[in-house]
Design a protein around this ligand. Structure first.
Ligand SMILES: [Fe+2]
Ligand SMILES: [Fe+2]
Length: 184
């Protein structure tokens, strides 16, 4: 599909931003032993990123627009995939809360185990969307339906604030820089 305003491409670009956290989380392993305050600060920034970027900017496009459009399409027969993906989003919200609780109760080892599990589940989820769901959508919808969806996605960004989106998109790189600063 080579349309200019492609909603699947927009979601995939957001996925790429989200995927950057994988290497950060792996590099944070053990950081709490040397610098627990830095570890806490980084987790808190990650949770902020997950809540505001992954959940608000990204999941909202899927849950409010893409998923319902697919479910309402007469030729879409995989409603159970959508149910599963929506359950994952719900599970991701619970993960962020549980990680925050573990950090607050000073259980950094467990927090990190859960963070690692979270990012693995998130990457699997993204793979299903990229490899299966988006190609189904691109085949099912007409070009004008896809463009229409793209502009509805854009409206969400405008409503939430594109400046905020740009700021949030810098978080993974900021965290990478923070990690390489006075590396131990
Ligand atoms: Fe999703
Ligand atoms: Fe997604």
């Amino acid at each position: 599909m080579s349309i200019e305003n492609n909603p699947a491409e927009m979601l995939m670009n957001e996925h790429e931003i989200i995927q950057q956290v994988e290497s950060i989380i792996h590099s944070m392993d053990g950081l709490w032993e040397h610098d627990p305050e830095k570890y806490r600060a980084m987790v808190s920034k990650l949770l902020y990123f997950f809540r505001e970027y992954s959940d608000v900017f990204h999941h909202r496009k899927e849950e409010d627009i893409l998923f319902p459009e697919l479910v309402n399409h007469p030729d879409f027969l995989l409603n159970e995939i959508i149910d599963e993906l929506e359950e994952h989003h719900e599970m991701f919200r619970e993960y962020t809360q549980d990680i925050e609780d573990l950090i607050e109760s000073d259980n950094l080892v467990k927090a990190h185990l859960l963070l690692t599990k979270y990012v693995n589940d998130l990457l699997d989820h993204i793979a299903v969307e990229n490899d299966e769901l988006f190609s189904i959508a691109e085949n099912l919808f007409t070009e004008s339906q896809l463009e229409n969806m793209y502009f509805r996605f854009k409206d969400i960004d405008l409503e939430l604030g594109e400046d905020l989106k740009n700021e949030l998109e810098k978080i993974p790189q900021d965290l990478k820089n923070k990690l390489s600063e006075n590396a131990y």
